[in-house]
Structures are given as structure tokens and as C-alpha cells.
Write a protein that binds this ligand. Sequence first.
Ligand code: TXA
Ligand code: MG
Length: 319
Amino acid sequence: MIITDIQLAADLLQKGELVAIPTETVYGLAANGFDGNAIAKIYEVKNRPQFNPLILHSNSWEKFTSWGLELPKEALKVADKFSPGPLTFVVPKSNKVPDIITAGHTSVAIRIPNHAVTLSLLSKLVFPLAAPSANLSGTVSPTQAIHVEKQLGGLIGAVLEGGECHIGLESTIISFVNPQQPKLLRLGGLSVEEIEDTLGFKLKKDSLLNNENPQAPGMLSRHYAPKTPMALGLPNDLPNHLPIEDLACIRFSRYLPEIPINNQIILSESGDLNEAAQKLFSAIRKADEMNKKLIVAEIFPDEHLGRAINDRLRRASIG
Ligand code: TXA
Ligand code: MG
């Protein structure tokens, strides 16, 4: 059921039900972050591995502080500049946070999402919302209420309508567990360049190279996967030559002349990486619905949000 009543969403959450919520990045599948039974439903509905910890969302750092979750002073410059926004901070956990949130880790991920509807919802609540992306584990993240309704509608209390997500990629995750040496755990909707410019130094990044790193299981090697197999590059460079009519193409800004236009999706005619990021997950869904034998996605420029786009495309592809 898609609803627009924020108070109804708050009441359902209060009662321990799951509500999908809009954020600027992707829709989240929310539960009361202090209610172990409600949180357990998230894992069940998503079929999410128990070892994959959740992000807690609220509308102010003061609330997080009141729950014993503090940003270290080294994180404040970045938090002031980019929160609310597509950035998640991993900090030491407090006793108030149930272990099921952190999958047993001693740290917890927290963020203030930048979406008017959800900020209004959060301001009504005296607890944080645990919210992974509102999709079955391993599939493409939802960027519209209807994406959630189609996949999970029958299994959850409601989907709160908030329009199309304007960033379109999940938040960038940085661990401040060691405040002197913040570490990038996931590329996402805020570019690493912007964060590093604000910090004045480079982030540690080695964990990203390790696909099976259990610290950030969202980084598992096959994630965001459509039903149709997907490959990266140009059709002519692929090892197995399929007839062109069997291909769906996801392109940055230019059509490929050799492929029928109806089988191609352009993410940004003006070559804008932010626009491309915003449309990426919808495009993967559309390409999947073309029911071709293979989706071929262009490799994006390795800078700004192009890096996060390439990361998602790699995880959605066959390797
Ligand atoms: O934009 C987003 O972050 C969205 C919206 C709904 O807020 N949420 C989202 O959640 O992408 P999810 O569950 O799909 O991804 C959360 C990621 C996972 O990769 C998880 O491993 C990582 O956060 N994570 C959570 N707690 C962590 C912790 N204590 N240490 C390291 N990674 C953590
Ligand atoms: Mg996810």
C-alpha cells in the first residue's frame, strides 16, 4: 500500500511494522531501530544475510548523541557540510543499539537523510529508523515508491510516497572508528573528491579492493543484480558475440550507431554524472524488462559519481 500520510507511517513504525521510506539516495525499508523484533522482520522480508549490518537514520545529531552515538570531532567538518545528505558515518556503538543492528560489530552506521518527507517523519519519532535499501537482498535498489510496492508491497505495512530519489545511489560510507584515519567503506552518492577536499587529506580505501570484506557486505561481489546477465564495456569487445538484437545497452550520453535506438538507454544526454547516477537503477530495471539475452553497460569516467556508478555496474555484472 502506497501512502502519503506521514503520521500514519509514524504510527505503523511505533507499532513495530515495516514502512518503506523515501530518501534522497534510494528508498529504505524502515523499522524502529530499538525494536529487535521489528528489525528481525527487515532481515526476513529482504532475505538479507544476518551478517550484514544496518544503518540507523535520524533527523539530528543531537538525537544520536542522546543515544550515546557521537561523531568524533574529526568528522564534524564533513558532517556540517554534507548532512543531511548522502553520507553515512560508522562510529563506535553504544549499549542502546541492539546487536541485531550491527550484526555483532562494535561499530554502528548512522546517517541523516536529506528528504523532506522522511525528515518530517523522523522528527515525530523518539527512536532511530533502521533502514537498508527497500529491495530483496542482492537485487537493484528502488528509486521510486512503485519499485518497492511491486517487490515488497504485500509483505510490509506501507510504502511512504516521496517521489523519485534525486541522488539515486546509496550513501557513501566512511568509518570514523579510527578518527585519525577515516576509511572509505562504500562509494556512493557523495563523491570521494568532495569529501577529501573538505577533510584536506585522502581517505584510506584498501577495504574497497576486497570484495568479500565482511565489514561492508554491501560490497559483496554480486549485488544490485538484474535477472538478465550484464556485462561492461562495448558490445564489439565482448568475448561472446551475440546478435545485436539480443542486446540491451545502458549508455552514458551517446547512442551506439550499430544498436537499434529502442534497445539503448541514455543516462544523461548532456554527459552529467549526477544525472546519470540518478537514473542508473531505473535504467537497469528498464533494461532488464527489455528481456534481452545480455545487458551491456558502458564503463563511466573514473571520477566523481562515475566511480560509484562503475562500482554498482561491476557488482551488477557477471564479473
Ligand atoms: O543510502 C543509503 O545508505 C540507503 C538509504 C536507505 O539510507 N541505505 C542502504 O542500506 O544502502 P544498505 O543496508 O543497503 O547498506 C548498508 C551498508 C551495508 O553495506 C553494510 O555492510 C554497511 O552499510 N554497514 C552498516 N553498518 C556497518 C558497520 N558497523 N561497519 C561497516 N559497514 C556497515
Ligand atoms: Mg542495499
